[in-house]
Design a protein around this ligand. Structure first.
Ligand code: TXA
Ligand code: MG
Length: 337
């Protein structure tokens, strides 16, 4: 893909207009959002949407989120707008929340992977919003990576992952949230969390005034119809396998590393509480912030960094059990599967 630099806070209208024209002509445009970079195409053009699936090697059963610049546009791609949607959109849009509701017939079935429901969100990024406003069409956009690999939090990540793909990348620098949106199904009376993400369940529930349902664990759901097909797969994975080590235990971390080294592995380490690992030579250590928000914003970037080194195994220190770490814990669990 071709890189096109753009000021992240004050995007040049000419650059945005050119990218919007490519979208309207059926092309692919990768763009920054506050969560991760998306790989965008005209959501109303089935051929353009097919290009997304082909570029990512994405299975046809995994639906794509539609991006729009404001709530009115969101309402045009769905057939209902319950009070839960009104409340959550008012509280969290623009922002890292995807709302799932019955799909309007205007949107091709491939966007929702044949499901009757569609996911929609208003991203909180000046470049994304400018692009969506200029394009004047809803934009289908999954994360801009190959299917099941690491989500991109910079334009370089996109360029590397999608080197073989034709299209444009709007380079607006690193993403701030760094982890994907929270996906919530509002098609039933009691909302269901389909994917933890940038907005916490506690924040959603405090606006809703009721408890949400949490989608069951993968084992339970194995035979059931998949309500959020992408949410059950191994995902967000670097090339090297991930081995988890206990939280806040330098000795256990060192022992895990040593055991893998003894087997000949080249080790990458991601920790957030052990700051002075005494390893030399070929152990590549990334120390992330010890609080959930900071950790989330840097996790994918750290995994991408390790992905381009010769490491053959990545040891990751477990994160706390608190709800505020749910999205991070979800991504680590799925990367380590
Ligand atoms: O933050 C984000 O959500 C990023 C940026 C680009 O907006 N996008 C993103 O898209 O993460 P993707 O395609 O990588 O993940 C979308 C997730 C998948 O787990 C998918 O199964 C679920 O949302 N999803 C999308 N549409 C759905 C639908 N109609 N019903 C149920 N789940 C849906
Ligand atoms: Mg993805």
């Amino acid at each position: 893909m071709r890189l096109s630099p753009v000021d992240p806070t004050n995007p040049d209208p000419a650059v945005i207009a050119a990218a919007a024209a490519e979208l309207r002509a059926g092309g692919l445009v990768a763009f920054p959002t506050e969560t991760v970079y998306g790989l965008g195409a005209n959501a109303l053009d089935a051929d353009a949407v097919a290009r997304i699936y082909a570029a990512k090697g994405r299975p046809s059963y995994n639906p794509v989120i539609v991006h729009v610049p404001h709530t009115d546009a969101a309402r045009s791609v769905v057939t209902t707008w319950p009070a839960t949607a009104a409340a959550l959109s008012a509280a969290f849009w623009p922002g890292p929340l995807t709302i799932v509701l019955p799909k309007s017939a205007d949107v091709p079935d491939s966007v929702s992977a044949g499901l009757p429901l569609i996911g929609v969100r208003v991203p909180a990024h000046p470049v994304a919003l400018a692009l969506l406003r200029a394009a004047q069409i809803p934009v289908a956009a999954p994360s801009a990576n190959k299917s099941n690999q690491l989500s991109p939090t910079s334009a370089e990540h996109v360029a590397r992952a999608l080197a073989d793909v034709e299209g444009l990348i709007l380079d607006g620098g690193p993403c701030t949230v760094g982890i994907e949106s929270t996906v919530v199904d509002l098609s039933t009376d009691v909302p269901t969390l389909l994917r933890p993400g940038g907005v916490s369940v506690a924040a959603l529930e405090s606006v809703l005034g009721i408890r949400m349902l949490l989608q069951g664990p993968p084992a339970e759901a194995a035979d059931a119809p998949r309500r959020s097909p992408g949410a059950l797969d191994r995902h967000y994975a670097p090339h090297a396998p991930i081995r988890m080590a206990p939280l806040g235990d330098p000795l256990a971390l060192a022992t895990t590393i040593d055991a893998l080294r003894a087997d000949g592995a080249v080790i990458g380490v991601i920790t957030h509480t052990v700051f002075d690992l005494p390893f030399r030579g070929d152990v590549v250590v990334r120390v992330l912030p010890p609080y959930a928000e900071g950790y989330a914003s840097q996790l994918f970037a750290a995994l991408h960094e390790l992905d381009v080194t010769p490491v053959t195994a990545i040891v990751v220190e477990a994160v706390p059990d608190f709800a505020i770490w749910d999205a991070v814990r979800d991504r680590l669990r799925r990367a380590a599967t």
